[in-house]
Ligand binder design. Structure first.
Ligand code: ATP
Ligand code: MP5
Length: 533
C-alpha cells in the first residue's frame, strides 16, 4: 500500500508559484542582494564532518555566506555509517530556532535531517512565524549507509514541510515517499514524479539523480520558471566512492547562493559545478576508511601554508644528496670523464632541450601574468638557441656532428621518460607545469655549485668552459625567478593541486638524477635484442 493511500500527498496550504513566493519575500529582480548572506542550517550532526550541519557550514563558507546552525539531532556516525541518534526534543529545537531569529536577520534557510514528527512540526511552526526569504528543504530520510534518519511516522510531517519550502531537493527514494509512489527506476519516470510534487506543493523541485547508474549524474530543476519548466544539469559521473554528504552539501550551496541570484537556476548551476570539483578532490582528503566526504574547499588556496619552493626543496632532500654524490658529476669535476661519455651527455641534453623548450612555451601560454608569459617565452628561446649553440659547437668540434645531426639526435629511453613526464604535466594546469619545469633550473644550478666546489682551480681543466657555465650568475637569477613563479602559482592552488605540484617537482628531480647519471649507467643497459629470423 502506498503512503498516498492513507495520507493526503500534500497539505492544504495550496501551491503558489515560485515567482509569487519570491515576490512575497521582496526578492524581486531589482532588490538589493546581501553580499554575505546569513544562512541557517537546521540539521543533524556528523562528527566526522562529511554530512549534516558540519557539511552545511563548510558549503556555506565555500560560497562566502555567513553560516549558522540549529541542531535537530546528535548523530554518532562516521564514514562507515550511523551508530546512534540522540534527539534533544522539539522544545529545545524551538528554543534554538527562536534564539537565532529573535536576534539575526536570516537570508536563507537550509533544512536537512529533521529526525522525527515533533521536530518537523516545530520547524514548520517556526517557518510560518518567521517567513525566511528562501527555504531549501533536503528531505533526508535514510542515510546512504541504510540507517533511518527520519522516524517512519514522520513522513507526513515532512510532506507538510515541503509546502513551506521554496526548493525541495529529493533523491529518487525520497521523491517516491513525498509523492506516495514506488521509487522511479528511469529518469523520465522520476521527472514525472517531480512534476507531480511541484504541482501539488508549489515548491520548485531539484531532483537528484546521484542514485542512478550511468556515465552522467543528472539533476533536474522542475518548476523554477513555470509549472512545465524543466532544466537538466548533467555532469559526467565522478568515479569515486567518496560521496558521503553530497546531498547535504549541494542543498546548502544552493541556499548560500540563492540570496545573491535572480533565480534557482543560476544558483543550482554554480552549486552543481562546485560539487563536482569537491567530489573530484574528495579522495585526496583521506578522511576515514569508508565512504569519505567531498572536499568542500577544493577550489580555495589554504591560508597559512608554507612557501612552495621551500617545501619542495625539502621534499627532494634524498635526490639532492644523490645528485651531489653522482659518479658523473665527480668525474666531470676531476676531469676524468671520457670525451665519449661527455659527448653522449651533451647529445642527450640537446635532445632534451628541444622538448624542454616546447614545455616552456606551453607554460608561457598558460601563464596568468604578462611577466610570467614573458619569462617562460624567453626561456623557451634561450634553451633552444643559446644553449643548443654551445652543444652544437662542442659536438661539432669533438664528435664531428653538423647542425642537422645534432637536431635529429634520438632521445635515449631515460631522456624520453623525462620529457614525457614534462609533457604530461603540461597537460595539467599552469601550476603543475611550472612545478615540473623547476628542477631543471634548480637542481642544475645546485649541481653547478657542487661542480665548481669540487673542481677547484679550472686552469687546464678539460671541461673548464662547461663548469664555469654552470656557475653563471644569469642562470642562478633565472632559477630564482622560476622559483618565484612556482611559489606564486602555488599560492592560488587548492590542496590537491599543490600536492600534484609537489609530486611533479619530485618526479622531475628523480629524472634529473637519472638523466645525468645515464652518461655512466648506459654501459649497463641491455643491447637491443636482435629480431629472430
Ligand atoms: N559520482 C558522482 N559524480 C558526480 N555527481 C554526483 C555523484 N554522486 C552524486 N552526485 C551529485 O551529488 C548530488 C547529490 O546526489 P544524490 O542523489 O547522491 O543525493 P543524496 O542521496 O541526497 O545525497 P547523500 O549521499 O548526501 O544522501 C547530486 O547533484 C548528484 O548529481
Ligand atoms: C546528519 C546527517 N544528515 C544527512 C546525512 C545523509 O548523508 P549520506 O546519505 O551521505 O550519509 C547524514 N548521514 N547525516
Amino acid at each position: 500500500m502506498s503512503l498516498a493511500a492513507t495520507t493526503p500527498v500534500l497539505p492544504t496550504t495550496g501551491p503558489t508559484s515560485a515567482a509569487a513566493r519570491d515576490a512575497a519575500h521582496g526578492a524581486s529582480p531589482g532588490a538589493a542582494k546581501p553580499s554575505r548572506p546569513r544562512v541557517l542550517s537546521i540539521a543533524g550532526t556528523d562528527p566526522t564532518g562529511g554530512a549534516g550541519i558540519q557539511a552545511d557550514l563548510k558549503a556555506f563558507a565555500a560560497h562566502g555566506a555567513y553560516g549558522m546552525a540549529v541542531t535537530t539531532a546528535l548523530v554518532a556516525q562516521n564514514t562507515h555509517g550511523v551508530r546512534t541518534v540522540h534527539v534533544p526534543g522539539a522544545d529545545f529545537l524551538t528554543e534554538q530556532l527562536d534564539a537565532v531569529s529573535d536576534d539575526v536577520v536570516i537570508d536563507a534557510v537550509k533544512i536537512g535531517m529533521v529526525a522525527d514528527e515533533p521536530g518537523a512540526r516545530a520547524i514548520a511552526a517556526w517557518l510560518r512565524r518567521v517567513q525566511p526569504p528562501f527555504v531549501v528543504l533536503d528531505p533526508v530520510m535514510v542515510a546512504t549507509s541504510g540507517h533511518r534518519l527520519l522516524d517512519e511516522g514522520a513522513e507526513q510531517a515532512v510532506r507538510e514541510l515541503v509546502a513551506l519550502a521554496d526548493l525541495v531537493t529529493p533523491n529518487l527514494p525520497e521523491l517516491a515517499v513525498l509523492v506516495g509512489e514506488q521509487a522511479a527506476t528511469t529518469w523520465p519516470d522520476a521527472l514525472a514524479q517531480a512534476r507531480r510534487l511541484h504541482a501539488a506543493s508549489g515548491a520548485v523541485v531539484l531532483l537528484k539523480g546521484g542514485h542512478l547508474t550511468g556515465e552522467e549524474s543528472p539533476d533536474a530543476l522542475v518548476g523554477a520558471r513555470g509549472p512545465d519548466d524543466v532544466t537538466t544539469f548533467s555532469v559526467p559521473r565522478v568515479d569515486t566512492v567518496h560521496t558521503h554528504g553530497t546531498g547535504c552539501s549541494l542543498s546548502a550551496a544552493v541556499a548560500a547562493l540563492r540570496p545573491r541570484r535572480d533565480g534557482w537556476e543560476s544558483a543550482t548551476r554554480d552549486a552543481k559545478n562546485w560539487l563536482t570539483g569537491a567530489l573530484q578532490a574528495g579522495g585526496a582528503l583521506a578522511v576515514g576508511t569508508g565512504r569519505g566526504p567531498v572536499d568542500h574547499l577544493a577550489h580555495l588556496p589554504t591560508l597559512g601554508q608554507r612557501v612552495f619552493s621551500e617545501e619542495a626543496w625539502e621534499r627532494i632532500a634524498g635526490w639532492r644528496e644523490a645528485v651531489e654524490r653522482m659518479g658523473f658529476v665527480r668525474a666531470l669535476a676531476d676531469g676524468s670523464l671520457s670525451a665519449g661519455d661527455f659527448g653522449f651527455y651533451l647529445a642527450q641534453d640537446a635532445a632534451y632541450l628541444a622538448e624542454y623548450s616546447r614545455v616552456l612555451s606551453r607554460a608561457s601560454q598558460l601563464a596568468p601574468t604578462p611577466e610570467a608569459r614573458q619569462f617562460f617565452a624567453g626561456a623557451a628561446v634561450t634553451s633552444l638557441e643559446v644553449e643548443q649553440a654551445l652543444h652544437r659547437d662542442w659536438l661539432g668540434a669533438h664528435a664531428g656532428m653538423d647542425r642537422g645531426a645534432v637536431e635529429s639526435i634520438d632521445p635515449s629511453p631515460v631522456t624520453a621518460a623525462y620529457t614525457n613526464h614534462l609533457h604530461a604535466a603540461s597537460n595539467g594546469s599552469y601550476a603543475e607545469t611550472v612545478a615540473a619545469l623547476l628542477p631543471c633550473y634548480w637542481l642544475y644550478s645546485h649541481i653547478g655549485d657542487v661542480l665548481v666546489r669540487q673542481a677547484g682551480e679550472l686552469d687546464g681543466h678539460p671541461y673548464a668552459r662547461w663548469i664555469s657555465l654552470y656557475g653563471d650568475p644569469a642562470f642562478q637569477e633565472a632559477t630564482r625567478a622560476a622559483c618565484s613563479f612556482a611559489d606564486e602559482a602555488a599560492r592560488w592552488a587548492s590542496p590537491a593541486e599543490r600536492e600534484r605540484m609537489l609530486r611533479a617537482f619530485e618526479v622531475s628531480s628523480m629524472h634529473e638524477y637519472l638523466f645525468f647519471e645515464q652518461g655512466l649507467t648506459r654501459a649497463t643497459w641491455p643491447a637491443p635484442p636482435r629480431a629472430a629470423r
